[in-house]
Design a protein around this ligand. Structure first.
Ligand code: BGC
Length: 416
């Protein structure tokens, strides 16, 4: 763990010093969309801006979930060289806004009518102190399962809809000599699975109490212990080489038929599509068993770092482009996410995308929509990272479930 942080910080320092200031007329965009599927989606954005005469200076920082990107961002801002625009999640936006680093987008937001089309759950992060500080490009959710259809058929496995059915399915795959769960052992990926397992095990009240309200009773509860126990069950179904594997390589294992399932947010769909695979024919997408009514969401938003007093023409154009309904459709069809605006039709979306949009609307109106802990939408980075440490230490066998529960309570209390 210590080594991971050292390498990350060294990479951050190198990147910070190697990057030049952006030219006028360009936007320099810091993001972590570096996998095949993510890059295809990014191309949609770059092309859109090109048609408006805005140049793109790419500042990619590899590392799913954005942990490394946020370290690089801090180094860039500290050295007085903030990028023009930055992909950001949830509470990270709020933290930067609190520091006064983000440009005010109110003029564009009111000219474009964002208030009326961006749902409250996203506005909570797009706005700080009543002012627009970020433009949301999508809504992802973390409680999905991605499955290889042919492999399930070959093994006579029906789509599992309960935890017990999932365990039975994983046992069947393992007995057949295949990998049941494609996973990459990185803290954010462990936490992404934890999101779904916690929701499935404890239900929405538990999820909210533990991760949003940080209630010590919920954090130390029997449901938390059961969540960790189930994580140990999942741990017994990953392959020997899981440690450190990137999430998109785990998706490739399912795509190639080497593994049956991946528990991952819907950015995974971008990898399947990028490999020419079709939903319902080659792969299945379904909600993590036991979370069919719930959505744990995260939204990629672009925050503009102050370059002067007012938002620059290029920043304004980028924000406007991101929020255009036709762009939100074209981009999210490729990315695997769903639009951040409620007025974008679902026609262009495949079956998984249509389900994603339907689930989101239903969860929102039934009170079952929750910000993802793993992706910075339930609590700020300091607490999220404290949770990551416990979840990962447990997944790697350093803690048993009882110890993990105690550590969870302690870590959250210390991080506050
Ligand atoms: C982002 C996605 C991204 C994924 C993997 C998530 O936090 O919201 O856009 O594809 O991380 O990198």
């Amino acid at each position: 763990m210590r080594r991971f942080f050292k390498v990350t910080l060294m990479a951050a320092a190198t990147l910070a010093s190697a990057t030049s200031l952006s030219r006028a007329g360009d936007v320099e965009v810091l993001h972590w969309w570096t996998s095949g599927g993510e890059a295809s989606a990014l191309t949609v954005l770059k092309k859109d801006l090109e048609t408006q005469g805005i140049g793109w200076q790419d500042m990619p920082v590899a590392g799913g979930g954005g942990t490394q990107a946020m370290t690089v961002l801090r180094a860039r801002v500290t050295s007085g060289n903030a990028p023009t625009a930055v992909q950001m999640l949830g509470f990270d936006i709020t933290d930067w806004a609190k520091e006064g680093a983000l440009a005010n987008l109110n003029d564009i937001a009111s000219a474009e009518g964002w208030d009326a089309v961006v749902p409250e759950a996203l506005q909570k992060f797009s706005k700080y102190d009543g002012q627009w500080v970020a433009a949301p490009v999508n809504v992802h959710s973390t409680n999905w399962v991605w499955a290889n259809k042919a492999l399930l058929e070959e093994l006579g496995i029906a789509q599992p809809s309960t935890w017990d059915e999932l365990v039975a399915a994983m046992e069947k795959v393992k007995a057949a000599g295949k990998t049941a769960v494609a996973h990459g052992g990185q803290p954010w990926q462990d936490a992404t699975i934890f999101d779904a397992v916690a929701m499935s095990t404890g239900g929405p009240e538990f999820y909210k109490a533990a991760f949003v309200d940080l209630d010590p009773t919920a954090l130390g509860s029997a449901q938390m212990k059961e969540t960790f126990d189930r994580m140990s069950v999942i741990r017994s179904f990953v392959d020997d080489n899981f440690s450190g594997r990137d999430w998109n390589l785990a998706s490739a294992m399912v795509i190639n038929g080497d593994a049956a399932f991946q528990f991952m947010g819907d950015w995974a769909k971008g990898e399947f599509l990028n490999a020419g695979k079709k939903p319902g024919e080659d792969f299945l997408c379904f909600r993590f068993p036991g979370t069919q009514q719930q959505v744990t969401f995260n939204s990629d938003q672009f925050a503009m770092f102050k370059q002067g007093d007012a938002v620059s023409a290029e920043q304004a154009a980028l924000a406007k482009a991101i929020m255009s309904p036709s762009f939100q459709s074209a981009f999210n069809v490729v990315k695997g996410s769903v639009p951040a605006r409620v007025d974008v039709p679902d026609e262009a979306f495949d079956a998984c995308g249509k389900q994603g949009m339907k689930d989101l609307a239903a969860a929102s109106s039934s009170g079952n929509l929750f910000g993802s802990m793993a992706h910075g939408h339930a609590n700020p980075a300091s607490i999220k990272n404290a949770m990551y440490d416990v979840i990962t230490a447990h997944f790697n066998g350093e803690y048993d479930s009882d110890t993990a529960v105690k550590e969870m309570v302690n870590a959250v209390s210390l991080a506050q």
